[in-house]
Design a protein around this ligand. Structure first.
Ligand code: ADP
Ligand code: MG
Length: 588
């Protein structure tokens, strides 16, 4: 956001963070402006233009803005800086590096302090892969630097359209992100300079290459997700749930364990201090796949409490642009937004101030198209003949009172490929993760089945059977509440006990137990096979009591196995015990 002022104006009216500004010059929708309050310079965005008056939303606390406060327009849109150094960073929605800002201003972040997102002085070891004479287009790699364990490709800027012929590429060596590392000539013969640093307007999708269908599963180590409601790399999912149901815990789990390369976390906290908590704890986490700091594969975008709601919107788009940029390098990226409801509320507030015609629950009519456009930035992009990059997007939704009929949940459900609905009843019963298997769904099961059939035949079909068993069990359970255990047939009660066992030993998972928190796919397949054996089994019991006693005992034994390291002596012994117990009771 360094460009020079090209137009100016002054405030004629202020309403919350909405300003009416009279201006001279030629400005455009979406461009950034700076509102000059004393020595402070507050970032704002043009959202509406009529004649020589524009409406601006300010991204900062608007204290001190008065009639005639000067405003400068800079011509550029809200942009992300893209280049090496993004990983491990913690930004706010305008891509201010929060740690650096905190250093400069003290613990209490000051408004109007903007710092370059990426380090200008740091040297990166550039390895050229293209050479003079090569004909490239946007997104093509000129070379790379190692950023943590990833090859960070230095790509022809995405803002450059048309072919470019390289005229010079720097020798391998250490350069800063602002050094010219290559030059070229466009189709009109203009000289173009390439640096490691490039910029992109965050509200536009950054993509070069064809989108192809997602096919590979994103393994998360959460049984209820991977087995029952899986997500594909390049797919989308949303997890709505009432306050305290476990949305944030789940997103943390995903950011920690998902088998992707890069994770971009957009945190719009709901509780005061929640974001601070994330900032404090996350950098200490260790990546279970590499044993290194998790931050080495992470970019965090956090809304600080000192910023008004408009910044939430910026955060969502900032996160998306950074995630897409890494996808273009052929990496698997996961973008998590917690919670998208905070963003929707920002839209509602601004729409109200603009006096737009309100839609349902006073959300603007364009709410669902904005939400769709956000999730549509996910996908798998074909980059070369056998190279792809993927961006998976997952958002949490926090509807008031946990009512899923509200507009944000409904708009999300209309677009995502998997729905993980958290329920208050389950979290109150401490059945974690509180994803309700009776209301949740996924569109990706068949593709995942293709991948897992080799390990367990008819995978998708077997998962569907387990869903229907859960449904039957739930029905019988409800009947039993009315007529008592003895009031249902023994076979029915056994169906109920099987569904409870599945629920208790498989779908539930303790996020705070060392072993249970992450259940690798191999282990899931092994345990699911055991569960299927129980589902298929014909059991011999004389009484309801006997059946109940047997199943309670069995489920406790299996549950305890989840807390033992796979393959350990105790695990094997427990497994043998369970097998013995089963064969003593099963017919055939
Ligand atoms: P939300 O984001 O939906 O408001 P949180 O994710 O902050 O809710 O969860 C609230 C609390 O519920 C957590 O602090 C934790 O005590 C409990 N909890 C959530 N998920 C789990 C889980 N998988 N295992 C154990 N406890 C959980
Ligand atoms: Mg939360």
């Amino acid at each position: 956001m360094q460009s020079k002022k090209h137009a100016e104006g002054q405030v004629v009216q202020a309403f919350g963070n909405l300003l009416h500004v009279r201006f001279e010059g030629n400005i455009r929708q979406g461009e950034m402006a700076r509102v000059k309050v004393g020595t402070e310079s507050l970032l704002a965005e043009v959202i509406e233009i009529a004649g020589n008056e524009a409406k601006l939303q300010v991204f900062e606390d608007t204290r001190g803005i008065k009639l005639h406060t000067p405003v400068e327009f800079h011509g550029n849109l809200l942009e992300a800086e893209l280049g090496p150094g993004l990983l491990t960073s913690i930004f706010d929605g305008l891509q201010n590096p929060l740690e650096e800002v905190a250093h400069a201003t003290g613990v209490y972040l000051q408004r109007g302090v903007y710092m370059p997102p990426l380090d200008r002085k740091k040297n990166w070891d550039f390895v050229p892969t293209a050479k003079a004479g090569d004909l490239l287009k946007r997104g093509d790699s000129i070379g790379y630097v190692m950023e943590e364990r990833f090859k960070h490709h230095i790509m022809v800027p995405f803002s450059h359209f048309g072919k470019v012929k390289l005229t010079h590429v720097a020798k391998g060596g250490a350069y800063t992100i602002e050094t010219v590392i290559a030059t070229g000539e466009d189709e009109k013969g203009n000289l173009i300079e390439f640096r490691m640093l490039q910029r992109w307007p965050v509200k536009n999708a950054l993509i070069e290459g064809k989108k192809v269908r997602p096919t590979r599963m994103m393994d998360t180590g959460m049984r209820i997700l991977d087995t029952q409601f899986p997500v594909l790399k390049g797919g989308t999912f949303c997890s709505p749930g009432p306050f305290g149901a476990g949305k944030t815990v789940m997103q943390h789990h995903l950011s920690k364990y998902s088998d992707v390369d890069i994770v971009v976390i957009v945190a719009c906290g709901e509780r005061a201090g929640e974001v601070v908590e994330v900032l404090r704890t996350f950098p200490q986490l260790i990546d279970p796949h590499t044993n290194e700091s998790l931050m080495k594969r992470t970019v965090m975008i956090c809304n600080t409490s000192s910023m008004p709601v408009a910044a939430r919107e910026a955060s969502i788009y900032m996160g998306a642009a950074i995630a897409e940029y890494y996808r273009q390098m052929g990496l698997d990226v996961l973008l998590l937004a917690d919670s998208t409801s905070r963003w929707a509320q920002a839209m509602r507030e601004m729409s109200g101030r603009l006096e737009e015609i309100p839609g349902e629950e006073a959300f603007p009519a364009y709410l669902s198209s904005r939400i769709s456009a956000f999730y549509e930035r996910a996908g798998v992009v074909q980059l070369g003949e056998d190279s792809t990059g993927s961006l998976t997007i997952g958002g949490s939704v926090s509807p008031a009172g946990g009512n899923f009929e509200e507009p944000v949940t409904q708009a999300s459900l209309a677009i995502v490929g998997a729905f993980h609905g958290l329920s208050r009843a389950r979290s109150d019963a401490r059945r974690y993760p509180a994803i309700d298997p009776l209301i949740s769904w996924t569109k990706y099961l068949s593709e995942v089945g293709q991948e897992l059939n080799a390990r367990l035949p008819h995978w998708a079909e077997r998962v569907r059977q387990s869903s229907s068993l859960l449904r039957k069990g739930d029905e019988i359970g409800k009947r039993m509440e009315v007529v008592g255990e003895e009031g249902v047939a023994l076979e029915d009660m056994i169906v109920y006990l099987k569904s409870e066992l599945y629920e208790f030993c498989y779908l539930q998972q303790n996020a705070f137990d060392k072993e249970d928190t992450y259940c690798p796919l191999d282990r899931q397949v092994e345990l699911f096979r055991l569960i299927l054996k129980i589902f298929d089994g014909h059991f011999l019991f004389d009484t309801h009591d006997e059946a109940r006693g047997f199943f309670l005992n069995l489920q406790n034994e299996i549950k305890n196995m989840n807390f033992l390291p796979m393959g350990s002596q105790r695990y094997k012994e427990a497994w043998d015990d369970v097998e013995k117990k089963l064969s003593s009771r099963m017919k055939g």
